[in-house]
Design a binder for this molecule. Structure first.
Ligand SMILES: [Zn+2]
Length: 239
């Protein structure tokens, strides 16, 4: 049976282009939670420490909704621009903030860029899963060092989910198990009139919500099960 994890990168709006606004967390996230509740899907929210500090009620709402709280660093800075001291601070500080709320096991680096040399920092901070790699990036296919962390890559970039069904569906159904999809709360705010890169703004807002609803239905009709990433990790270990 195909396993699907829907993940949400819970972060400022369309980084690094907007970054100082949080309309996604404020306006997009409630509709997204409703969609997951209606669909009976438990998702994984890779949350920045900054969002957890600024919007505790939004984080509480996702935990109360039965979703997995996970870590997306502190300030949404790319880890490949940092030295080890900054990387350790980003990981430890965000983990401490989120572990005041609930147990946190899963990590994803901003922009899906995480140098292998920082893996020991994740191990030391008690993470069990890393989803910073992407199957659609060449770097995934290079050799990587052994680690105690289970690494489960993202299957597909987020904007693909907003493509028209005719193009999108065949592409999605061809993804192999486990399927890891990701979205951002700002995709569910209408950004079509903002001065942004096209893939950040096209078909955002209501259309994006409808697309995600249809994608969930597509996989459900294909017989898939939906799991948060921590449960995907457990099922990968026993498989
Ligand atoms: Zn991000």
């Amino acid at each position: 049976m195909k396993r699907v994890s829907i993940t949400v990168d819970f972060e400022p709006d369309c980084p690094p282009y907007l970054s100082s606004t949080f309309r996604g967390v404020q306006e997009g996230a409630p509709a997204l939670l409703d969609l997951f509740a209606d669909a009976g899907v438990r998702a994984t929210y890779f949350t920045t420490g900054e969002v957890a500090l600024k919007f505790p009620a939004a984080v509480r709402a996702l935990v109360d909704g039965g979703h997995e709280l996970a870590c997306h660093g502190m300030t949404h800075t790319a880890f490949d621009t940092m030295d080890a001291t900054s990387a350790r601070w980003e990981i430890e500080e965000s983990a401490a903030i989120m572990r005041n709320i609930t147990n946190v096991m899963s990590f994803r680096a901003p922009y899906l860029r995480f140098p292998d040399e920082f893996l020991p920092l994740l191990e030391a901070a008690g993470f069990g899963l890393d989803s910073s790699q992407a199957k659609y990036k060449r770097s995934y296919y290079r050799a990587h060092p052994d680690t105690s962390i289970t690494r489960i890559p993202a299957s597909m970039t987020s904007s693909v989910l907003r493509l028209p069904r005719l193009i999108r569906d065949r592409w999605l159904l061809a993804l192999s198990d486990p399927v890891v999809l990701f979205v951002h709360p700002w995709e569910f705010v209408d950004l079509t009139k903002e001065k942004l890169r096209l893939d950040c703004r096209f078909r955002t807002g209501r259309v994006a919500l409808d697309c995600l609803h249809d994608v969930i239905e597509l996989f459900r009709q294909d017989g898939a099960v939906f799991l948060p990433m921590c449960e995907l990790m457990e099922s990968s270990r026993t498989a």
